[in-house]
Design a binder for this molecule. Structure first.
Ligand code: ADE
Length: 252
């Protein structure tokens, strides 16, 4: 997957895109991130990228021309353009899964009071947000998007990790995890996890996931319950008893 990013601060990206999973995905050639500095496409001697808003008001607006030139130079015509903005549609996992199917995506990061609307209209940008809060610019939001999409591209995660997403757990919050030592400052690892009985372990984890989801995100559990019929007999029994225990049964 090729992701081109238009930004005034390309240097913000390198620590994130060079480290960990993203760095490895790039080395393997699965992910190609092109960073483009909008300031390089200015034509005036002060390299200005912004100006006062027509109609007055505080703040500055990013001018159309340097962004148009960058988009033209990288050949963004016909490609999907995402504009990171708190005005946008909030990203969720189904949207990321759909994005991960794309061959090429272009991401525009805004600053100040945003970009000239004509950029968004002409290039048919999709505005996307990472949540109901305001950042100083779109860069951190773009990195969140890139990270979350990248882990869905085949080959980026190890097989074991990716398989988990397909499992019956998807749509539920993750169960608790423990590692060595078994006893840490008098706190024991739950006995079932050291029992060696894999069926018991799976059912315990599933039940923990159900209960956490019921407590913290009942909305997700109700959504999950729609696929009740697809579950095995014991899993279905656990789902039903969790719904009952948290008084969610009456809602479905
Ligand atoms: N730019 C500023 N705030 C943002 C947000 N919440 N999501 C995406 N881009 C942003």
């Amino acid at each position: 997957m090729k992701i081109d990013v238009l930004t005034l601060f390309p240097e913000m990206f390198t620590p994130v895109t060079e480290a960990s999973m993203l760095g490895r995905a790039r080395e393997k050639g699965i992910l190609d991130i092109g960073l483009h500095n909008i300031r390089d496409y200015t034509q005036d001697k002060h390299n200005r990228t912004d100006d006062y808003p027509f109609g007055g008001g505080g703040g500055m607006v990013q001018m159309a021309d340097p962004i148009f030139r960058t988009l033209e130079d990288i050949g963004a015509q016909g490609k999907r353009l995402l504009y990171m903005s708190p005005r946008g549609r909030i990203i969720d996992q189904p949207m990321l899964e759909e994005l991960a199917e794309e061959e090429e995506v272009v991401i525009l990061c805004g600053h100040y009071e945003g970009v000239d609307q004509r950029v968004l209209d002409y290039w048919q940008a999709e505005e996307v947000s990472i949540g109901d809060y305001i950042l100083t610019g779109g860069e951190l939001a773009a990195m969140v998007l890139i990270d979350a999409v990248a882990r869905l591209i085949p080959g980026v995660l190890g097989n074991k990790d990716s398989a988990l997403d397909e499992s019956i757990y998807s749509g539920l919050l993750e169960h608790p995890q423990y590692t060595q030592p078994r006893n840490y400052r008098d706190m024991e690892v739950p006995e079932v996890l050291t029992s060696g009985n894999h069926r018991r372990i799976d059912l315990w984890r599933f039940e923990q996931s159900l209960q956490l989801t019921a407590q913290r995100r009942p909305d997700l559990l109700l959504e999950y319950a729609k696929q009740r019929e697809k579950l095995g007999k014991e899993e279905r029994r656990l789902l039903d008893s969790t719904l009952q225990a948290y008084d969610l049964y009456r809602i479905i």
